[in-house]
Design a binder for this molecule. Structure first.
Ligand SMILES: NC(=O)c1ccc[n+]([C@@H]2O[C@H](COP(=O)([O-])OP(=O)(O)OC[C@H]3O[C@@H](n4cnc5c(N)ncnc54)[C@H](OP(=O)(O)O)[C@@H]3O)[C@@H](O)[C@H]2O)c1
Length: 260
């Protein structure tokens, strides 16, 4: 099983890898032997993660791009193919949670921006890279329980994740013929800046968030739910990425501790 979790010789693309879950996934994949292509908007954060991947002895392309920019996203993907020739794993992780209020109060620009980051971003990255994927490839889309069963408020996030879920299933139905698996990954509550709703410059580390114990758990969740460290989500992503050819496809992998 240890060998099954190796990504030696593989090329993985992880979006939104500057911090949070994406950073943990990128570093975990590099530790398992993958070469990486990573992106996020913050130059400083993406450079730091890129340097850490290099220090692990892996090749890396680290670009500061906004995935809502069609041309920059295309040129990032072209650089990936130019540098590595082929891709084995795509993790569509970058996500935006720009609106948390009621539908009637929502800002139309932020509502649609959420769709652009959470739906059009994964669409563009996958569209530009899918032809370069090798058999045995994996596409892992970071989704949310809210994409399957919406609650009140944050409608843009819920709708965007539901759309991403349908893209995941549609792709799974097409790509099985090329031996490429496409699956959903639900982190459940995870200690990151988005989870913490942190203002820029006021982000807390996962350890700081987790140190508050049960208080970190959002209201409305059952007491047996638990806020996780991003590295725990990365463990699941590694399992999904390293699965041998012919693995599960169109499936939901969740770290939540409650029925969805
Ligand atoms: N944390 C949770 O509890 C939780 C629960 C369920 C699902 N998820 C999902 O898990 C994924 C990761 O979330 P997270 O909590 O790790 O968030 P995070 O800590 O805020 O990290 C998000 C990453 O995405 C990047 N990003 C955001 N907008 C971007 C854009 N337009 N272009 C390029 N990169 C962009 C961010 O960097 P820049 O800001 O520098 O661009 C950052 O690197 C998301 O899809 C989220 O919906 C998280």
């Amino acid at each position: 099983m240890k060998e099954a979790l190796s990504l030696a010789g593989k090329v993985a693309v992880v979006t939104g890898a500057g911090r949070g879950i994406g950073k943990s996934i990128a570093l975990t994949f590099a530790g398992a032997g993958a070469d990486l292509a990573i992106c996020a908007r913050s130059q400083e954060e993406i450079d730091q993660v890129g340097a850490a991947i290099t220090a692990l002895g892996r090749r890396v392309i680290a670009k500061a791009i906004d995935l809502t920019n069609t041309e920059l996203t295309r040129s990032f993907c072209e650089a990936v193919i130019h540098e590595f020739g082929a891709v084995d794993v795509i993790v569509n992780n970058a996500g935006a949670y720009l609106e948390r209020g009621a539908f009637a109060d929502s800002d139309p620009e932020l509502w649609w921006k959420t769709m652009e980051v959470n739906v059009r971003g994964p669409y563009l990255v996958t569209r530009h890279l899918v032809e370069a994927m090798r058999p045995g490839g994996k596409i892992i889309n970071l989704t949310s329980g809210k994409g399957f069963m919406a609650g009140a408020n944050s409608s843009a996030y819920h709708v965007s994740k539901a759309a991403l879920n349908m893209m995941t299933n549609a792709l799974a139905n097409e790509l099985w013929q090329r031996d490429i698996d496409v699956n959903h990954l639900i982190p459940g509550p995870t200690a990151t800046a988005t989870f913490d709703n942190a203002k820029p410059g006021e982000e807390r580390s996962p350890e700081e968030i987790l140190s508050t114990g049960a208080d970190a758990l959002p209201k409305g969740l059952p007491a047996w739910e638990r806020v996780k460290h991003p590295d725990e989500v990365a463990m699941m992503a590694l399992q999904m990425a390293a699965w041998p050819i012919g693995g599960p496809t169109g499936q939901i992998f969740s770290l939540a501790r409650r029925p969805m």
